[in-house]
Design a binder for this molecule. Structure first.
Ligand code: AMP
Length: 173
């Protein structure tokens, strides 16, 4: 399956979750076994080319893709979550949204200094979440080997926000 064909498995939903947002719905991709297989293989190739040793999945749709790679490639997976969701001792980074701020957290023992991590999420939009995740991994001494996404919204400044990082997306709009 060609990666461009993955676009047929992404559904556009207008005005979700707010008016003016064109939401990229990945549920048809999840329901398509061959599509998910192609997607997981392509992400795994990026991760290996970057010599990543572990995966960092971003809540919540990033978990799906990161867990698929982790299982198939037998790689450790660490979870980045929104505030208050992780049960154990945490470290976090705050970041700015259009209105207000948000925060990403990791368990304090998730990152080993000097180890190489691949950040995985479903979609790169403004890049705020992924940039905060990269900062968090680096604050713990981890090396961000790459940031890999299924979808990139290329009109938004996601790549610019992740400057100096190795950024990949399977499909771009
Ligand atoms: P950002 O921090 O702006 O790059 O946003 C990335 C996060 O928000 C990802 O975890 C996406 O799942 C979600 N997201 C942002 N914009 C969209 C969109 N248009 N469609 C689907 N998910 C989105």
């Amino acid at each position: 399956m060609k990666l461009e064909q993955l676009k047929e498995l992404i559904r556009d939903v207008s005005d979700f979750p707010k008016p003016g947002i064109l939401f990229k719905d990945i549920t048809p991709l999840l329901a398509h076994a061959r599509g998910m297989h192609a997607c997981t293989e392509a992400l795994a190739t990026i991760v290996h080319k970057a010599n990543a040793e572990e995966l960092v999945g971003i809540e919540s749709r990033g978990f799906i893709f990161a867990a698929a790679i982790a299982a198939v490639e037998q790689m450790p997976l660490q979870l980045v979550r929104k505030p208050g969701k992780l049960p154990y001792a945490k470290v976090g980074v705050d970041y700015d949204l259009e209105y207000g701020t948000d925060r990403v957290e990791l368990h304090s023992d998730a990152i080993v200094a000097g180890r190489r991590y691949a950040i995985i999420d479903d979609l790169l939009a403004t890049g705020g979440t992924a940039a905060a995740t990269a900062k968090l991994v680096e604050s713990q001494g981890g090396v961000v080997a790459c940031a890999a996404f299924v979808i990139e919204l290329s009109e938004l400044p996601g790549r610019a926000r992740l400057e100096n990082h190795n950024v990949h997306a399977l499909i771009s709009y």
